[in-house]
Design a binder for this molecule. Structure first.
Ligand code: SAH
Length: 259
């Protein structure tokens, strides 16, 4: 029974593929990959006779037709997507025509670029008594934002914001965060090509100067923007520690120490 696998390829470093993704790449008869962002290195495991195609110049219809055609003749067909397929991946648009064609599908999660960016910059996205919430979002550009999800509204929570697809909209980010009460010198992290061997750039700045810094670094695509009251916590002297490892705290697996 043919099946089309929507597989998260992770942020770029092939070692951040899951074991399942690696096994499926090895096993695949046909792979359609999202050209601009999926590292070609991921495909080094593909079989010599695997039919590999870049979807960069293709429309949704062409993508679905390609997948359906391949599924008719091949047992294992992969749609390899950057990061995790469930985030900004046009997943459902691609799956609906396959459902209509009666083709079985499955999704394999991947390491999303927000997590990879936090990791390479050695940052935490949640911190006790600072923020316990992370928002994955984007800034309104050509894609309209649903009601209640303007960046200014989201930023009023003063939690961690991971902004995808927005590096050309830093001006809007500055305006929205300042309108939501963030300080002009609040730390902002931008990571370009997180985890891509030899190509990654980590830029730290403030709401005020991050745009200029990114411009100087020539970053205008493939970048994650993180705004968070947790940024830089590695160097803080006063840190509210997690209860889980607190010696005076009892939980399911450990009794509190006396005194
Ligand atoms: N599904 C992907 C996101 C696709 S949208 C994921 O889970 O990561 C494309 C956006 O993802 C880019 O505009 C950028 O904001 C972000 N992105 C993807 N790969 C990245 C990487 N290696 N480093 C930084 N940002 C990345």
């Amino acid at each position: 029974m043919p099946k089309i696998w929507f597989v998260g390829a992770g942020p770029g470093d092939p070692e951040l593929l899951t074991l399942k993704a690696q096994r499926l790449i090895k096993q695949a008869n046909a792979i359609l990959f999202a050209g601009s962002l999926v590292s070609k290195a991921a495909m080094t495991w593909a079989n010599e006779c695997c039919d590999i195609q870049d979807s960069k110049g293709m429309t949704l219809e062409q993508i679905c037709d390609w997948l359906i055609n391949k599924a008719k003749t091949n047992a294992t067909v992969l749609r390899l997507q950057t990061g995790d397929p469930s985030l900004y991946g046009a997943l459902i648009e691609m799956i609906q025509p396959l459902d209509k064609a009666g083709i079985d599908v499955a999704v394999v999660p991947g390491v999303t670029s927000a997590m990879a960016s936090a990791a390479v910059a050695v940052e935490t996205l949640s911190l006790p008594e600072v923020t316990q919430t992370v928002i994955f979002s984007r800034v309104e550009g050509r894609t309209p934002m649903p009601q209640g999800e303007s960046l200014e509204e989201l930023a009023r929570h003063h939690c961690t914001l991971c902004l995808y697809l927005s590096i050309t909209l830093l001006k809007k980010i500055q305006t929205a965060l300042i309108a939501a009460g963030w300080a002009e010198d609040a730390t902002i992290l931008v990571v370009h090509k997180a985890s891509w061997p030899g190509e990654e750039q980590i830029i730290r700045g403030t709401l005020n100067n991050i745009r200029e810094k990114c411009k100087q670094a020539g970053i205008n695509s493939q970048a994650m923007i993180i705004a968070s009251p947790t940024l830089g916590a590695r160097n803080w002297t006063e840190l509210a520690k997690s209860k889980l490892y607190d010696a005076s705290f009892t939980h399911r697996f450990r009794k509190a120490e006396k005194n």
